[in-house]
Ligand binder design. Structure first.
Ligand code: CMP
Length: 139
């Protein structure tokens, strides 16, 4: 089925000017960027976005990092977009990421891993709504 997923190009990647190279990976995989904006999160906003990880030991560091520099948030659309995006990103830890994936090529560490992607249809819907209004999504 045609799905939509929320993608974030993280501060380690925007800092290294990798937005275009990462977008090319998405587009080459058949994912369409149907909404996109560059923003800088506050630490509090990052905390709300990642609230599911609140009890994890890396939560504070994660929120600090996500607020440290601009991010590019985007909605990707395509056949099985959620799974396809996760394949293109590769494993969370770049040491485990398959060759050719975004994280294998660009990520610096498990924390600074260049991209985020929604993990399921219900979280995709919530995460898209966190960043975008319906008017901003042009499918
Ligand atoms: P993401 O897909 O954005 O969802 C939660 C993030 O937490 C994850 O990617 C990683 O960047 C980060 N994360 C997961 N495990 C660790 C860890 N052990 N140390 C630091 N950050 C982590």
């Amino acid at each position: 089925a045609i799905e939509r997923t929320l993608s974030i190009i993280k501060p380690d990647a925007t800092r290294r000017n990798l937005t275009g190279k990462i977008n090319a990976k998405f587009e080459d995989a058949g994912l369409r960027i149907i909404a996109q904006k560059r923003i800088q999160l506050t630490k509090a906003q990052a905390g709300v976005f990642y609230a599911v990880h609140k009890e994890r030991p890396f939560y504070d560091e994660l929120c600090e990092f996500m607020a440290s520099e601009p991010v590019v948030v985007q909605v990707l659309e395509g056949e099985n977009a959620i799974t396809k995006n996760r394949e293109v990103m590769g494993a969370t830890n770049p040491a485990d990421a398959a060759e050719g994936t975004i994280r294998a090529e660009f990520a610096e560490s498990v924390g600074e891993n260049s991209v985020h992607g929604s993990d399921a249809p219900d979280t995709a819907k919530d995460e898209i709504g966190f960043f975008f209004s319906q008017l901003e999504i042009v499918g």
